[in-house]
Design a protein around this ligand. Structure first.
Ligand code: PRP
Length: 180
């Protein structure tokens, strides 16, 4: 489909599914001990494929809500994080699991996490499919990480370049000539 635009496959579909099952099992154990209601908050749009796979393995009652925040212009992060769509749910006293596709500079999660605590969340934990620590500008750590990736231009499984490639069932590295 996008064969001539992808340099290499970094993480296969099978590896992602296996890791989601492991993360789901861990999350089930960790959240089972908390008496609070679990609200899964996914950040649109990149987290959707990961969210869909992950929640199959969380064997607990949960509710879901979505936020849309935007921090990218082209290929580079900019300083500001814009709230495009806020939560519909009241989160006071809730245990929140924030679902992300990638932690890059960390700015998005830094802002969103602070916002959720500001609205009265009891506890906010972060699960991300990918972590790219080499790019970090703000100190933030995900509580659960699918895979740590090198500083390469990754797309697929929700991650885009100019809104393309989100539907790839794997994580691939984009050929530089596509974005240069
Ligand atoms: C991307 C990605 C993360 C964020 C990570 O979102 O989905 O939310 O950037 O970058 P940061 O750690 O540098 O803040 P984007 O705004 O591109 O939206 P999308 O999910 O719709 O692709």
């Amino acid at each position: 489909m996008f064969g001539d635009e992808i340099l290499k496959v970094l993480i296969t579909e099978e590896e992602i599914e296996k890791r989601c099952a492991e993360l789901g099992e861990q999350l089930t154990k960790d959240y089972a001990s908390s008496g609070n209601k679990l609200l899964v908050v996914a950040l649109l749009r990149g987290s959707v494929p990961f969210l869909a796979e992950l929640i199959k393995y969380i064997k607990l009652p949960l509710e879901m809500d979505f936020m849309d925040v935007s921090s990218y212009a082209g290929t580079e992060s900019v300083g500001d994080v814009k709230i495009v769509k806020d939560l519909d749910t009241s989160i006071k006293g809730l245990d929140i699991l924030l679902v992300e596709d990638i932690v890059d500079t960390g700015r998005t999660l830094h802002v969103v996490k602070r916002m959720l605590y500001g609205k009265g969340a009891e506890r906010v934990r972060i699960v991300t499919l990918l972590d790219k620590p080499e790019r970090r500008e703000v100190e933030i750590n995900a509580d659960y990480i699918g895979f740590t990736v090198p500083n390469e231009f990754v797309v697929g499984y929700g991650l885009d370049y100019n809104q393309k490639y989100r539907n790839l069932p794997f994580i691939g590295v984009l050929k530089p000539e596509v974005y240069e």
